[in-house]
Design a protein around this ligand. Structure first.
Ligand code: SF4
Length: 373
């Protein structure tokens, strides 16, 4: 069973930390994009029968004009039996959700909304260049609830310039009053090409101190766990039964179709990425070709590496028997001494045939995972 990801590369304004493929544009540009995107859907005819999850991300899908968004959602409905889709998510920004939009989501089969909040502090929202206040978020959240959306994810970032441990505590106190089903907490990375990168180079902002960053991560984990959220992936928490089925596909190396500018996909044993440039994307589609910039077959060894790297991000970890059988290896023979060393240090465990990171292993996950490569 596959997933489907669709990229909408538009935003109202560019956030200062953002290096995602998204631009601020006119209606005509957005329309041209959607018309091309619909052509791309048709190039994957016959591949949609076993779609189990859909994720429309970006950018900000909810800044698409309602007529354009309807074109995308109708196209999906014409190709996929959305009643059989178990998780259908649209990413939205607070302040961009209207009653009409919520109605459109519901009639199109959307059953999960992912809201980018990032912080409940209006001071910090301004620092990072978000278009909304915390109040805007609450209005959007309650509107979605009133309309009957029962599965909501809220995205946060920690390690923001000027953010304190008290800000993180305030985030969690606020958010738990709302009780979303799913919460993502990512650490800020100052990426090249962003406004923050320029500011960092000019000495206007600093990266957060490593110790404070870790303290924020631990407070988040402890508080969310105490509130009944399972820490099922390094940066993701959910109420029982609300783990993101779509994102689990990425971490479990299941296949998914990726459509849209810069989208990535994994299909028929190949990982591919689409063009990042609008004109190149349109040119391919005008010749009826998939707008793929790069594609590579994932061989047994590459797949094994991916399974280890991504699987160890998950609390469930990896099944040793499955890897042995699938790749015809003796996993413990290859990695036994590395595992033993990390088990003794309390970073890893094997239980019921699964290898996984402990809480302290999650803390230095990049380092440990690198030891298996
Ligand atoms: S809303 Fe999301 S995609 Fe758009 S600029 Fe901000 S972080 Fe980037």
């Amino acid at each position: 069973m596959k997933g489907l990801y669709i990229h909408i590369p538009f935003c109202k304004e560019k956030c200062k930390y953002c290096d995602f493929c998204s631009i601020v544009s006119s209606y005509d540009k957005r329309k041209e994009y959607v018309e091309n995107l619909l052509k791309e859907f048709d190039l994957y005819g016959g591949k949609y029968d076993d779609i189990e999850t859909i994720f429309i991300g970006g950018g900000t899908p909810s800044v698409l004009d309602i007529d354009l968004l309807r074109m995308v959602l109708d196209k999906i409905k014409s190709l996929i039996n959305v009643e059989r889709v178990i998780e259908y998510t649209v990413e939205c920004n607070p302040g961009t959700i209207t009653e009409e939009l919520a109605d459109l989501f519901l009639e199109s089969g959307v059953n999960r909304i992912s809201l980018g909040l990032q912080s409940t502090s209006d001071r910090l929202l301004k620092v990072i260049g978000r278009i909304h206040s915390y109040n805007d978020f609450k209005e959007s959240y309650y509107l979605l609830r009133k309309k009957g959306i029962k599965n909501i994810n809220v995205d946060f970032i920690y390690g923001l310039p000027g953010q304190t441990v008290e800000d993180i505590e305030a985030d969690i106190n606020e958010i738990t009053k709302l009780n979303p089903e799913h919460i993502s907490y990512y650490s800020l990375k100052i990426e090249e090409g962003t406004k923050f990168y320029q500011m960092y180079q000019a000495g206007e902002i600093e990266e957060i101190d490593e110790e404070i960053d870790r303290a924020m991560y631990h407070i988040t984990i402890d508080k969310l766990k105490a509130l009944g959220y399972g820490h099922y992936e390094i940066s993701n928490f959910s109420k029982p039964g609300h783990e993101s089925v779509h994102n689990l596909k990425y971490w479990r190396c299941h296949e998914y179709i990726g459509l849209g500018l810069s989208a990535h996909g994994y299909l028929d044993g190949y990982r591919y990425s689409n063009y990042y440039d609008f004109n190149e994307y349109y040119n391919s589609l005008s010749s009826n070709e998939k707008p793929i910039l790069d594609s590579s077959e994932i061989s047994g060894e590459d797949l094994l590496l991916e399974r280890i790297m991504l699987g160890l991000r998950l609390r469930e970890g990896i099944s040793i028997a499955e890897l042995n059988q699938e790749f015809d290896i003796d996993f413990l023979d290859i990695h036994g001494s590395e595992i033993k060393k990390h088990e003794e240090m309390g970073y890893m465990k094997i239980k019921d045939g699964r290898l996984f990171l402990t809480d302290s292993g999650f803390d230095i996950s990049n380092y440990i995972i690198s030891k298996f490569i």
